[in-house]
Design a protein around this ligand. Structure first.
Ligand code: SAM
Ligand code: SF4
Ligand code: F3S
Length: 470
């Protein structure tokens, strides 16, 4: 698609603002003070989308509540990555039948990745008749118009066409107060890993203009955000669709020029597109956190091939060696899938041995979940669930031991952390993060939130460090 077709024109964004005004005026005419309950599932990209959705709702005159029962509008921003995520959403949708019975005026909205699946939209159309509006991620920027249509016609609205997807700049946003902020630098995915639903529900890869990303990061830094995460399904292919020769390392270098006291990190990185230049640029840029989330998924080359990941175990290990040489002390995390269809015990143990060999700081581990419509969901899958669970448990045992040992090695050391909030723990009431994004629970009072501090680590377990300011 041509660039001008990908960018939503300013006139369209202005039209959406008009719909926001119409909805606001409608409530004002009734003397109503509407409240919305927004619940987001899934990854950070979805969280960032949820903040835009809240921005649009706020512009429509809504305040927010966490109680769906008392909300005039209840919205579920969903995730389709595994079956369990979908089941949770259907459970929540079921609960909303009750609130709608008590308040028939309530508008129920289903959006996000699940809403983009034809199979889900059909099921909602037939069996969840209390849902008024369904739209997928590609229609997000048209939310005010779709919502107006629901209010105007009183009919159900479905906007779930399979679309390439666009880029809409200038949507309002409600961010979490605090020190952390998310910035989507690109949308969609072109990789079609054989197990994954994301390319089907989020459309094709499209990169925001560097100037738009830079302006947003600058604004966030000036507003006091201290920990900024750049988001994309594969940030390493940022810029490929811009055709200007400008790529992710260039963006990092330009962001690094923005003055201020802050860290910038990013996720996710696909190993097939990670380059030595990326690691050199990370090493050279003072604001770029020395932390890398580089999902490897499997340590076995046959399985990697079946997954359509387009790198080998050896290539992955080489990348890690280079990255560590460029950035000693680099904090490394990854995603792994156990139980891909046809995976044998020996192949799963190749994954375990890769984990042992690399020594990740933390791992996000998943049991394969078949997603209808993906290639892997069609493959024969002979291994019994109990076997996969045993391989999975083995992987966890190895990783948890490793995480605990790495954490124990920090006790007695002094680290720089950013205090990012309260922890709810009486003895260690503050939560903070190191540059490598490790959690450090801290002694101290809440006036320290938002500050960079030197802390001495006094204790540790598998998941966190404990410490006190020095
Ligand atoms: N784009 C990111 C990448 O390629 O690294 C990953 C995005 S996905 C939201 C996060 C993780 O979910 C993946 O890295 C993978 O480990 C896991 N995942 C995706 N599809 C899955 C499936 N069908 N079953 C189990 N885990 C899955
Ligand atoms: Fe899914 Fe692969 Fe795209 Fe990541 S790169 S979102 S795992 S298809
Ligand atoms: Fe994220 Fe789930 Fe969609 S992980 S991209 S919200 S399928």
């Amino acid at each position: 698609m041509k660039r001008e077709e990908v960018m939503v024109p300013e006139t369209e964004i202005a039209r959406q603002r008009d719909f926001q005004e119409k909805i606001k005026a409608m409530f004002a005419a009734r003397g109503a003070h509407p409240r919305a309950c927004v619940e987001t599932f899934g990854c950070q990209q979805n969280v960032a989308d949820g903040q835009r959705i809240m921005g649009m709702l706020e512009a429509c005159g809504f305040a927010f509540t966490e109680d769906a029962g008392e909300a005039d509008l209840a919205l579920l921003n969903t995730c389709a990555i595994r079956e369990h995520a979908e089941q949770r959403v259907f459970g929540n949708l079921g609960i909303l039948t009750h609130s709608k019975k008590e308040n028939p005026e309530q508008v129920v909205v289903l959006c996000g990745c699940m809403a983009q699946e034809a199979r889900v939209a059909e099921r909602v159309r037939e069996s969840y008749r209390h849902v008024d509006l369904v739209f997928g991620p590609q229609a997000l920027w048209r939310f005010p118009e779709l919502l107006w249509r629901v209010y105007e016609t009183g009919k159900r609205v479905f906007s779930t066409d399979d679309e390439h997807g666009a880029i809409a700049e200038g949507l309002p946003v409600v961010r979490e107060r605090g020190v952390k902020a998310w910035v989507s630098i690109m949308y969609g995915c072109n990789n079609f890993c054989s197990y994954c639903i994301v390319p089907y529900v989020r459309g094709r890869e499209r990169s925001r203009e560097p100037a738009a990303v830079l302006a947003e990061v600058r604004e966030l830094v000036e507003a006091g955000y201290r920990d900024i995460t750049l988001l994309g399904q594969n940030v390493n292919s940022y810029g490929n669709d811009l055709d200007t020769g400008y790529h992710f390392p260039d963006l990092l270098e330009d962001i690094d020029q923005i003055p201020g006291d802050y860290w910038v990190r990013f996720m996710s990185s696909h190993p097939k597109d990670a380059t030595p230049r990326l690691f050199d640029v990370m090493a050279a840029c003072g604001h770029v956190a020395k932390q890398l989330h580089l999902p490897f998924q499997s340590g076995n080359n046959r399985v990697l091939g079946e997954m359509n990941r387009r790198y080998t175990r050896e290539k992955y290990l080489e990348l890690i060696r280079y990255a560590r040489a460029a950035m000693p002390g680099l904090v490394l995390t990854s995603d792994v899938i156990i139980g891909f269809p046809g995976e044998t015990e020996a192949e799963a143990m190749d994954t375990v041995s890769l984990v042992e060999e690399v020594g990740f700081d933390a791992l996000f581990t998943f049991l394969f979940s078949p997603r209808p419509g993906t290639k892997a969901a069609e493959l024969p899958d002979p291994a019994p669930r109990e076997d996969k669970q045993a391989w999975f448990d083995k992987l966890l045992e190895v990783q948890n031991g490793r995480s605990a040992r790495i954490h124990a090695g920090y006790v007695g050391k002094t680290l720089r952390v950013l205090v990012d909030g309260e922890s709810g723990d009486g003895e260690y009431p503050l939560s903070s993060r190191t540059e490598g994004n490790r959690l450090v629970r801290l002694k101290g009072d809440r006036s320290l939130v938002g500050r960079f501090l030197e802390v001495r680590v006094t204790g540790s377990n598998t998941w966190a460090l404990y410490g006190e300011p020095v």
